[in-house]
Ligand binder design. Structure first.
Ligand SMILES: *Cc1c(COP(=O)(O)O)cnc(C)c1O
Length: 433
């Protein structure tokens, strides 16, 4: 099918002018890039007319499908009325309505204030700076350190990157990072000698994404909440990946019936349509920042596009869709179906482990699972499998040798089945070599 795109020409200019994130450009420029030109539901279509199931929800963002008419309508009506206005010194109806709706998603919890920014990194960055300033304002200035976990990923701005526990991403910048204490689990954290120096503990609840879809033990969040309460440390939950239904409930923290002091949301907030983030905090934290100008308690942090009106309109439509399409209810049988389908991959001799949390799955492959022998990392096995899966109509991205499958919540049972079959064929093709 010729869609009228000149793939060669676009590819040439891409190679000449662009620099892609998390990408070794030398390898990128050696191949024909995949140029995505349209999306509908769980499907994406490239410039050569081939369609793919969006197997990682376009880097963990998409919720109800691409170009959903309900969201398009909300965004276009908003743009034609008010495109953008500063959130420093003015406000607007969509941001007001969205803040009320977000707080309403966590009824009976102390999270009552919403601070908007642009992406997951800035949602976390704001949370860190709020925590530090909170303790200064509370005359507890010795709380200057942050605790995070091995394998953590909280974004790429300097503060958020400080928390990161993935060496190849962050080590080279460690000189300029915030002071961090890193722990591998609860046992290590609870035996830390100086909890009184901790401003906050930051965690990806239930499942660490960039670490390779690694699951935390059951009840860990509850234990962490108890520990933070006992030691007077703030608990920051980074639900940038897990938020908006991905784990089966609206937020992951609801699975263990706990509430953080600060909740960071981004990726799925607008349904994956526009960049927007929210940092929700308790009234107690918020109140600490109130004072006269002379008291200098203001939180000096913000971005030009804070609470961008079309993004807020998209987020409201995203939340409407959860109600109108009964998304969470419809998701439950899909989660079960995904579990059974994933189970069938275990018979492949290279599949060493399958990790699932709600509608998020990580499938780990190894040269020999019996002896725990991985493929040599230089072979880029995970990447080659995902490349091979494209031929079978599935688009996703691995984390080393963990294949990620977390399609939009609107993905149909048939599409789940197709995704699993695409992975099965791709694993065979690459690993049998
Ligand atoms: C993606 C991600 C971030 C960073 O979000 P960006 O929008 O890419 O800046 C932070 N935390 C988690 C858990 C994420 O998955």
């Amino acid at each position: 099918m010729n869609l009228g795109w000149d793939t060669e020409q676009l590819a040439a200019v891409d190679r000449r002018r662009l620099w892609h994130p998390f990408t070794q450009q030398l390898a990128w420029c050696a191949e024909e890039p995949l140029i995505i030109v349209s999306g509908k539901g769980a499907l994406l279509t490239d410039s050569r007319g081939r369609s793919y199931i969006d197997g990682n929800s376009s880097i963990w963002t998409n919720i109800h499908g691409h170009s959903h008419p309900r969201i398009i309508d909300a965004v276009s009506r908003q743009i034609s009325k008010l495109d953008h206005t500063s959130f420093l010194g003015t406000t607007h109806p969509k941001a007001i309505e969205l803040a009320e709706r977000l707080v309403g998603l966590l009824p009976g919890t102390p999270l009552t204030r919403v601070f908007f920014s642009d992406n997951g990194s800035t949602a976390v960055e704001a949370a860190l700076k709020m925590s530090l300033q909170y303790w200064q304002l509370r005359r507890n200035p010795e709380r200057t350190r942050f605790a995070s976990f091995s394998g953590a990923y909280h974004g790429d701005t300097a503060g958020a990157a400080s928390l990161g526990g993935i060496g190849i991403f962050f080590d080279r910048f460690s000189e300029m990072h915030f002071p961090i204490e890193r722990f591998s689990d609860m046992a290590e954290l609870t035996s830390f000698a100086h909890p009184e120096q901790l401003a906050a503990v930051v965690i990806e609840p239930l499942i660490q994404g960039s670490a390779g879809m690694r699951l935390w033990p059951d009840c860990m969040l509850r234990h962490l909440r108890e520990f933070c309460d006992r030691m007077g440390i703030l608990l920051i939950l980074d639900e940038v990946m897990t938020g908006f239904g991905r784990t089966g409930t609206m937020f992951a923290c609801q699975r263990e019936e706990i509430t953080p002091d600060i909740l960071c949301l981004a990726k799925g907030l607008t349904g994956g349509i526009l960049p927007l983030a929210a940092t929700l905090v308790t009234e107690e934290i918020y109140n600490a920042f109130l004072g006269t100008p002379e008291e200098q308690k203001t939180f000096y942090y913000g971005h030009s596009y804070t609470a961008n009106p079309p993004a807020c309109a998209a987020a409201l439509a995203n939340l409407d869709l959860f109600v109108e399409e009964n998304s969470l209810e419809h998701l439950q049988p899909k989660i079960k179906y995904l579990a059974t389908s994933l189970e069938s991959l275990r018979t492949l001799p290279w599949v060493s482990e399958i990790r699932q949390c709600g509608f998020i799955a990580g499938i780990e492959v190894m040269l020999d699972p019996a002896t725990c022998t991985p493929f040599a990392w230089q072979q880029l096995t995970g990447a080659r499998i995902c490349k091979a899966a494209r031929k079978h109509g599935l688009l996703t991205r691995p984390i080393l040798d963990t294949l990620v499958l977390m399609p939009p919540l609107c993905t149909t049972m048939d599409q789940i089945e197709q995704s699993i079959e695409a992975l099965r064929s791709a694993i065979r093709e690459v690993c049998e070599d």
